[in-house]
Design a binder for this molecule. Structure first.
Ligand SMILES: CC(C)(COP(=O)(O)OP(=O)(O)OC[C@H]1O[C@@H](n2cnc3c(N)ncnc32)[C@H](O)[C@@H]1OP(=O)(O)O)[C@@H](O)C(=O)NCCC(=O)NCCS
Length: 224
């Protein structure tokens, strides 16, 4: 089956834009972040230090593929990464994998990436993650991920949404339609109290299974 490291071409061809991706299983040795990033991170667990460092590593590889020199990527107060000027992107890590996407703002307004392992979603989480409409449709039934597909999509949607709006989205604020034929999704912000994302309540994207995991990329394109 496809590995995480080989997904970039699929991301670009499916989304039809130049989106840079870097990702692979968390490995050793852990890359060394910039000193300013390490200082900001402070005294955290070894696990957190490792996932943070790999996230920054993949973010810098994704930036390099766009022609952007390596720079520290510090977090905003809400935790979202502060990308260099002219770039948007997103970072994700699961227990075993890590990756980052980035793109130029001339084409792409916002990106959200989520990576999850293939551990099934606990039954108790189903009514928290999925809306009653999603549960009734059960569009995940042909996927080996089951309802966890909705989780990975919604977390990617949230990461594409929050930095631009400054607003929080609960899982029940968004309703997802899965299009299996194309491996894509359409997420609608169904809570009308929530601000739109760049003038739209619809956020589109793709989901990609890989060996031992699943990834979703949500994107808002300029002019779309
Ligand atoms: C922020 C959140 C989405 C992170 O997802 P996660 O699966 O727990 O963890 P991931 O490894 O995939 O992502 C963590 C990375 O997301 C990024 N991130 C954190 N907060 C973010 C935010 N507000 N906006 C965008 N990206 C954010 C960071 O890069 C972080 O990694 P880093 O701290 O090493 O830089 C999740 O913790 C959360 O708060 N979810 C609730 C909101 C939500 O998902 N709603 C769905 C409704 S549509």
């Amino acid at each position: 089956m496809t590995t995480l490291a080989t997904l970039e071409a699929t991301i670009c061809s499916t989304l039809g834009h130049d989106i840079s991706f870097s990702g692979e299983p968390l490995g050793d040795p852990t890359p060394l972040p910039f000193a300013t990033e390490t200082d900001m991170l402070g005294n955290v667990s070894l696990r957190r230090r490792r996932e943070f460092a790999w996230g920054r590593h993949h973010a810098r590889v994704a930036l390099r593929q766009l022609g952007v020199a390596p720079v520290p990527i510090l977090p905003r107060s809400d935790g979202a990464p502060l990308w260099p000027s002219g770039v948007v992107g997103s970072i994700s890590h699961s227990c075993c994998d890590c990756g980052a996407v980035a793109a130029r703002v001339d084409n792409v307004l916002a990106l959200g990436l989520d990576i999850e392992d293939d551990e099934p979603l606990g039954a108790d989480l189903l009514p928290i993650i999925c809306t009653p409409t999603e549960t009734e449709r059960a569009e995940w039934s042909s996927s080996r991920f089951g309802p966890k597909l909705i989780l990975v999509i919604k977390e990617a949607v949230y990461k594409s949404y929050a930095p631009g709006t400054g607003a929080f989205l609960d899982f029940q604020d968004v309703c997802v339609r899965i299009k299996h034929e194309s491996g894509s999704f359409e997420a609608e912000i169904v809570n009308s109290d929530k601000p739109m994302s760049f003038g739209s309540r619809i956020i589109n994207g793709i989901y990609l299974p890989f060996r031992m995991g699943m990834m979703a990329v949500a994107a808002r394109f300029r002019g779309a």
